[in-house]
Design a protein around this ligand. Sequence first.
Ligand code: GLN
Length: 532
Amino acid sequence: MKYIFVTGGVVSSLGKGIISSSIGKLLQARGYKITIQKFDPYINVDPGTLNPFEHGECYVTEDGMETDLDLGHYERFTEIHTTRGNSVTSGRVYSSVIDKERRGDYLGKTVQVVPHVTDEIKRRIRREDDPTEYDFVITEIGGTIGDIESMPFLEAMRQMRWEHKGDICFIHLTYIPYLKAAEELKTKPTQHSVKEMQGLGLQPDVLVLRTEKHLPEALMHKVASFCNVEPSHVVQSEDMPSIYEVPIAMQEQGLDVAILKSLGMEVGETPALSQWRDYLARRSAATKCVRIALVGKYSLQDAYKSIRESLQHAGVYNDRKVEIVFVDSQFLTRENVAESLAPMAGVVICPGFGERGTEGKIQAAEYCRTHDIPTFGICYGMQMMVVEFARNVLGLAGANSAEIAPDTRYNVIDIMEEQKKITRMGGTMRLGAYPCTLKQGSKAAAIYGKDSISERHRHRYEFNNAFRADYERAGMSCTGTNPDADLVEIVEIPTHRWYLATQFHPEYHSTVLHPHPLFMSFVKAAVDYSGE
Ligand code: GLN
């Protein structure tokens, strides 16, 4: 197994996740089996409790781990399925070291960062709990070189260089700022960042220079010679119109070749990446827009990252550019809902937690249902569509989710006895992939083209089966159910253009080359509805 490490220097947000994903993609195209994992220096045991306002979306793996959104990039680029092993935080590392200490595994020794914490990190980098054989394990280290928090990770990397001689490649991503007043591109921060690495005993093999302006050859050579790196191992990553162009740009500059060479491996022919290029070509040819609203409470771009990406991918395959309009549900009222949503070709009612913004989601659901606008509810979005239907069609005044109104008589969304049978690991949240059976003849079954599917979940509350017959009678059908616990996973109104909602999160399964059928169908419905 070869190990590739991706670190970042100078500033954060350089796009290490995109570079890691691109490397994965390029190595896969050469026939290698890869995995990509993220090591985050913060102390939270998992990112599930981080606020989406600050941290962006929480991504969920097949086996129900709540992770950093970078894992979404890994999957969308490479189609690998990540698991809990692909997301490791300092918190998780320390918690297992402390558990071991309490169990007496260290036999009276003083437990220290070196070697105990670093050993635990190395164990996880080597994926000792994962039986799969990979050709390459790509490990992205969160944070920036020089942060106090990331020191144990860097020390683990340093040790691995010696323990796995010849099998390690260090890639360092840095930033080349452009100083407008001086009209100059500056390499000094990069030199400092590499020096800082060298001070920790780490020498990068490959440098990726992030830049807003094209870097001249001479500058790249200068960086190479100051940083002790082969000139052909310095590549630049300019701002691109789409993150999906990055693998192509990296291939053109031979990033994969530099990695293979630094590992002493055969290089072979350059793969064509034709399917990927077709996607990009289709993407740039799609100039007509389709406007879709995201009704949610988090204005941060990254908060609904996977939903945004899924819409964009589906747009490309429908030859459209999806213009996403964020509509803040906290400010949505009966009076202004038409103004916000009437110009939309489609509306997504987003996932979420807590009371804030829920009445706005219910207003949006009512407007879309009564105006027959293509509407896609996801998780909390579905729950709010179900609540709206209860209040306005079933006549159950005050109907709500027990999450918001624990005492409501009409708890159409609540904790279900049945879900306890299937929830993993004693947690109260239903997390990760669960099977779902689709009802014959339903829109859902037609869209998927099969009757049994598996999708990922992340929620605590469920559709309350006590009300199911009332819904069916009044025209909202439950067309997807969990085969083991009979929980409702999909609802739809068959008489509508496209009014469908899922308790699960289909967005976690949508990739660049395999866009999700529900998003494909929804965007198509929006295109048809807009008539453009
Ligand atoms: N808050 C809801 C629940 O826990 C929905 C969660 C979500 O949208 N991911 O059931």
